[in-house]
Design a protein around this ligand. Structure first.
Ligand code: GLN
Length: 535
């Protein structure tokens, strides 16, 4: 294909309709036809990145190989496409303003008044086109965060309007996702909110080419025709997106609805390439009809909002499918766990995962959960803070270092078994300053990690400030907690295990970020397998 095609996905009527899933599904379908596709998310808030956001605000912060702290939608992009994203795939209003203001301070605008149009919109357009300029993508799909009509989204919609004019209809396309609510009392599906939402786009000079309508019930031909008529789109460009039990079915549904076909037609691209979706379909079958089920506890302090653990939840779906198993996740609030109730709260679980996190809230509950898993030979996976809790627990209850702690929780502990990393000591800014992104790790051969990865050289993504304190390395080793993964350049301990336990693995990195549908993460696969073997 000659020029990169740009597809914009906007949303209307309500938030959380799943623009990320629709974008990912379309991308998957185009990829299945042999095209190279990437997806970008533009977020309309003023934080420079979501790294400083509490998970209660926007769910999990997703980390890319190049160390960008990004929106959780990028996780969907990677899980669907199996192609790594980077800093350029997530841009916030904060980042846009920051670069425009930096330019202004440098004097780059030569005395001009700096304004939203054209300076902010130019910067938005530059960021969109940057991905296309890399030359490796046939399609760049840009998802505009927020909902049409929001004050914050306006500069983005305006940029889409300008780009549409610059690129022309042969090289760009606009998809608008809306909701068709169902009124139970009268048994009717209502299209008016969609009409209003498209009107609002039109007021901003943007005419969508394709409408995707989220709905709980089948849309009749009449409804589709009505929407097409009122919203100036072709009949075949009104696409139904009905609720399904798993997000992974959405690409198949969109294919049935002809979304990819319509998009290619509109961009004058021949559609004769064969769609290769066999492995995807097999995966969806396994998710929908599992042969077994296993219950695993997820111990964390953000469990009220499962989006806070999005990639972990998806990692279990991928790892479960390989094992023909549905993983029932039981969310356990670490703040409610005590020495007195832990055996009751965690009884019957076939595996326990202690989640990542920051700060001391809920720490004692996490340590109790580790202890329960260790003493009762329950398969255990500790991720980041979860691994650190495993180290603290072992120090306190096996090594007898009663006061052992992470320096994050106690500056004055006599046994700082988890300490601030050397390069973190002078750091004062919170944003983008952790140990972030992909680092290599060498895995010891006799270990559950090696049995899972089947290789000694791995790369995993990180997001933390604290580390295993190597001062205690041999104390742990002699007492039976073995560092089985080490960063060869820095000697940082990245994995710890207890070989006498059936499956006890703590990882300083985040395996969940790298689990995808067609490449389920080995640690999730192996953890689920270990859980299934518990009688
Ligand atoms: N708070 C811990 C640290 O900064 C763990 C971080 C995490 O779990 N992502 O080291």
């Amino acid at each position: 294909m000659s020029a990169t095609k740009y597809i914009f996905v906007t949303g209307g009527v309500a938030s959380s309709l799943g623009k990320g899933i629709i974008s990912s599904s379309l991308a998957k379908l185009l990829q299945a036809r042999g095209y190279n596709v990437t997806i970008q998310k533009l977020d309309p808030y003023l934080n420079v990145d979501p790294g400083t956001l509490n998970p209660y605000e926007h769910g999990e912060c997703y980390v890319t190989d190049d160390g960008a702290e990004t929106d959780l939608d990028l996780g969907h992009y990677e899980r669907f496409l199996g192609v790594p994203t980077s800093q350029s795939n997530n841009v916030t209003t904060g980042r846009i303003y920051q670069s425009v203001i930096d330019k202004e301070r440098r004097g780059d605008f030569l005395g001009k008044t700096v304004q939203i149009i054209p300076h902010i919109t130019d910067e938005i357009k530059r960021r969109i086109k940057l991905l296309g300029k890399q030359g490796q993508f046939d399609f760049v799909i840009t998802e505009i965060g927020g909902t049409v009509g929001d004050i914050e989204s306006l500069p983005y919609i305006e940029s889409v309007r300008q780009l549409r004019y610059e690129l022309g209809t042969a090289n760009s396309l606009i998809i608008h996702l809306t909701l068709v609510p169902y009124l139970k009392a009268s048994g009717e599906l209502k299209t008016k909110p969609t009409q209003h939402s498209v009107k609002m786009l039109l007021e901003n000079g943007v005419q969508p080419d394709v409408l995707v309508l989220r709905t709980e019930h089948e849309l009749s031909e009449d409804i589709r025709r009505k929407v097409a008529l009122f919203c100036n789109v072709a009949n075949d460009s009104v696409i139904q997106s009905i609720d399904v039990s798993t997000i992974y079915e959405v690409p198949l549904l969109m294919q049935k609805e002809g979304l990819d076909q319509v998009v290619l037609n509109k961009l004058n691209i021949p559609t004769n390439k064969k769609v290769e979706l066999k492995p995807w379909k097999e995966f969806v079958e396994k998710v929908k009809k599992p042969e077994h089920t296993v219950t695993i506890g997820l111990v964390g302090k953000y469990v009220e909002l499962p989006d806070a653990y999005k990639s972990i939840v998806e990692g279990f779906i991928h790892g479960g499918a390989v094992n023909n198993t549905k993983v029932n996740l039981k969310y356990i609030h670490s703040e409610n766990l005590t020495e007195a109730n832990v055996s009751q709260e965690l009884a019957g679980l076939k595996g326990i995962l202690v989640a990542p996190g920051f700060g001391s809230r809920g720490i004692s509950g996490k340590v109790e959960a580790v202890r329960f898993a260790r003493e009762n030979n329950v398969p255990f996976l500790g991720i980041c803070l979860g691994m650190q809790c495993a180290v603290i627990e072992y120090a306190r209850n096996v090594l007898g270092y009663k006061d052992a702690n992470s320096v994050e929780m106690s500056r004055t502990t006599a046994y700082p078994v988890i300490d601030l990393m050397e390069e973190q000591k002078g750091v004062t800014d919170k944003g983008g300053t952790m140990r972030l992104g992909s680092y290599p790790c060498t895995v010891k051969k006799e270990s559950n990690a090696y049995r899972a990865y089947k290789t000694t050289e791995i790369n995993e993504r990180h997001r933390h400030r604290y580390e295993f304190n190597n001062k205690y390395f041999s104390d742990f080793e002699n007492a039976g907690m073995i560092p089985t993964g080490i960063n060869a350049d820095t000697n940082l301990v990245e994995i710890v295990e207890i070989p006498t336990h059936r499956w006890f693995v703590g990882v300083q990195f985040h395996p969940e970020y790298k689990s995808t549908v067609l490449n389920p993460h080995p640690l999730f696969v192996s953890f689920v397998k270990a859980a299934m073997e518990v009688e």
